[in-house]
Ligand binder design. Structure first.
Ligand SMILES: *[C@@H]1O[C@H](CO)[C@@H](O)[C@H](O)[C@H]1NC(C)=O
Ligand SMILES: *[C@@H]1O[C@H](CO)[C@@H](O)[C@H](O)[C@H]1NC(C)=O
Ligand SMILES: *[C@@H]1O[C@H](CO)[C@@H](O)[C@H](O)[C@H]1NC(C)=O
Length: 373
């Protein structure tokens, strides 16, 4: 009979040592196996998402991603940036790294104009003279893109581009390449947000003072009934450093466009008002038009009131009624405000659309489309 007690306590028993060693080895391999499984699961997830750019880049133009997922072999398009927009330079090599759009070879070198796949023409930069447009020869496959961010009242000489253009690229939703100043992104899970402490009433930031136009007249009348703080060149100064901290103290912002044109909703609303948690009071396009881009309870439209005096009374009521005022923020739990910042955002979007839209297309008259609805 084996003496179990003595065997258990006998630490120098070689057979027992061997079995313990085996057990340890077994545990070691088991741990190794588990680790391997974990690593491979992590690796699979990582590899399948590796082509999605980092958070910051993603939010610059998230909707560009899906078309390209898994399409590594896309043929590069040579795209000539005809002028730096307003003379402002921007990086030409960010489409893939920042926006996940492959196959873009953007260049400013006009020497490629006789073989580029597309030329993007920023109208404002060439509108003074026909001589500023690209000249032939133009290969049959080359597409010219008419790029414009300005309202019809700023834009001149549209007859210059009659029968030359294949695609439009503007803030109008019916453009081939739609480049809004901003947009709302719907969220799957409700978002939390905080409304900054509001100690002031109405702010307005004016860079160009057009006396006699509708927005100026409206302001002149409105200010008789309600305190409006006007910032800008000829008014209260406002530095970029103080921009947000100053504006977010206001309850309302006059997001008055300089003219009323379809889809013309600019940074006055997206950056100044929404970007600084103020309720925009809008003038420009119709309410119906605004509601195509944002919830009806996210803004106050001047057309809802019979007069500026009427509007002022409404604003003063909201000023006294916190519950009612805060209702203008309810949408923020469902959406985030996105803005298209940087020229490269637009050019990379153009590249993306140029890849997707193939074949012959021509726009006989930009003027008819852009000016006359
Ligand atoms: C971009 O186009 C230029 C001009 O045709 C060419 O020299 C260059 O190699 C191209 N770059 C890429 C990355 O395709
Ligand atoms: C374009 O071509 C001209 C003449 O061939 C040349 O002098 C110039 O350096 C070229 N420009 C660039 C940016 O390569
Ligand atoms: C682009 O538009 C021009 C001018 O109307 C036209 O001649 C050309 O065939 C069009 N090209 C493509 C690729 O659509």
């Amino acid at each position: 009979m084996v003496d179990l007690t003595s065997a258990a306590t006998n630490k120098t028993n070689p057979a027992r040592r061997k079995s313990k060693k085996r057990r340890l080895l077994c545990i070691f391999f088991l741990i190794l196996l588990v680790l391997l499984v974990i690593i491979s699961i992590w690796f699979c997830i990582f590899v399948s998402t590796v082509d999605i750019p980092k958070e910051g880049a993603c939010s610059r133009h998230a909707e560009l991603q899906p078309y390209y997922k898994g399409r590594g072999d896309i043929k590069p398009l040579l795209i000539l940036v005809w002028t730096w927009p307003f003379g402002e330079r921007f990086p030409l090599d960010t489409c893939l790294s920042e926006f996940g759009v492959p196959g873009c070879n953007l260049t400013i070198d006009r020497n490629v104009s006789d073989h580029a796949d597309a030329i993007i023409i920023h109208h404002y930069d060439i509108m003074q003279s026909r001589d500023l447009l690209p000249k032939g020869p133009r290969p049959h496959y080359q597409r010219w893109v008419w790029f414009n961010f300005e309202s019809p009242i700023i834009i001149k000489n549209l007859d210059m581009v009659e029968n030359l253009i294949n695609l439009t690229m503007t803030y109008r939703q019916d453009s081939d390449i739609f480049i809004p100043y901003g947009f709302l992104k719907q969220m799957n899970i409700p978002q939390t947000f905080t409304i900054p402490t509001k100690t002031k009433l109405v702010a307005w930031l004016v860079s160009m003072w057009y006396s006699g136009n509708r927005r100026t007249k409206y302001y002149e009348e409105l200010r008789k009934y309600i305190q409006i703080d006007v910032y800008g060149k000829e008014h209260k100064p406002l530095n970029w450093e103080d921009f947000s901290s100053t504006l977010e103290q206001y309850k309302f912002y006059l997001a008055f466009e300089n003219c009323g044109h379809k889809d013309y909703i600019t940074e006055k609303l997206w950056r100044n008002a929404f970007g600084n948690m103020m309720v925009p009071v809008v003038l420009g396009a119709t309410r119906e038009n605004y509601e195509r881009f944002m919830p009806s309870d996210s803004f106050i439209h001047v057309d809802d009131f019979s007069s500026p005096k009427d509007l002022s009374e409404f604003l003063l009521v909201l000023d006294k009624d916190d519950v009612k005022y805060k209702q203008y923020f309810n949408w923020r739990s469902r959406y985030t405000v996105e803005r298209n910042i940087g020229w490269d955002t637009h050019f990379c979007k153009a590249c993306s659309v140029l890849h997707q839209v193939n074949g012959y297309q021509t726009i006989p008259s930009i003027e008819k489309w852009f000016i006359n609805k």
